[in-house]
Design a protein around this ligand. Structure first.
Ligand code: G3P
Length: 214
């Protein structure tokens, strides 16, 4: 499974990149808005840290505008994936941009048919938002299971990015299903490493090490 970091924060990206397990980054306008930096500078700075795919979102709504915006975003580097919300206009733009070799990450996926259409249009990634489904009382992980199953049935090369992750179990369940990628917020990334029994074990071993004859 590939691990992406779901953030536009440079300190978080630098930190997790130093752990040696970071495969890419996903951003969205809400994450960008939290950073005190001009958009283009931020995208460039992320690109200087991360060599894997970096998703950057289009905000245009009509296909010709999405296509123009996507082409402009993709100029920031060969590893830019243009994030496009799933709409009919978005599908049209996905077909064109994917045909030009630009990676498209179809975002705001909340149903299986949405993912199927994105794959047919040539999206490199689909991003189902599981936490937001859980929030409204649906089972987000069921959606991942269906999408992964559908893509396997037809050998679609589109990769599934499990997005809107809220806690470590989401990551484990996504891995058990065989989803390609989890995009994980920094706070959850830290929780993946931590366990109170590990901390306690280290503390005890260090204490006992002090008693070992040297
Ligand atoms: O990658 C999508 C993600 O940023 C959405 O997460 O927590 O806003 O539902 P959230």
């Amino acid at each position: 499974m590939k691990f992406f970091l779901d953030t536009a924060n440079l300190n978080e990206i630098r930190d997790v990149a130093s752990w040696g397990i970071l495969d890419g980054v996903t951003t969205n306008p809400s994450l960008m808005a939290r950073e005190n930096m001009p958009f283009a500078d931020l995208v460039k700075a992320i690109g200087e840290i991360v060599s894997g795919p970096i998703s950057v979102e289009c905000v245009s709504e009509r296909a010709p505008d999405i296509i123009a915006e996507g082409r402009a975003l993709a100029k920031a580097g060969p590893n830019i994936a243009v994030k496009i919300p799933i709409t009919i206009e978005g599908l049209k733009a996905t077909k064109v941009l994917s045909g030009e070799g630009i990676m498209v990450n179809t975002t705001l996926i909340f149903s299986s048919p949405q993912a199927l259409l994105a794959a047919k249009a040539g999206a490199k990634f689909v991003s189902p938002f599981i936490g937001r489904l859980d929030d409204v009382g649906q089972d987000g992980m069921e959606l991942i299971e269906e999408i992964v199953g559908m893509f396997e049935n037809y050998a679609f090369p589109t990769e599934v990015i499990v997005a809107s992750i809220r806690h470590p179990r989401h990551v484990v369940e996504a891995a058990l299903i065989g989803a390609d990628i989890c995009t994980i917020p920094y706070a959850v990334m830290e929780k993946l490493v931590k366990h109170p029994l590990t901390d306690l074990g280290i503390e005890r071993f260090l204490k006992d090490w002090g008693k070992v004859k040297k």
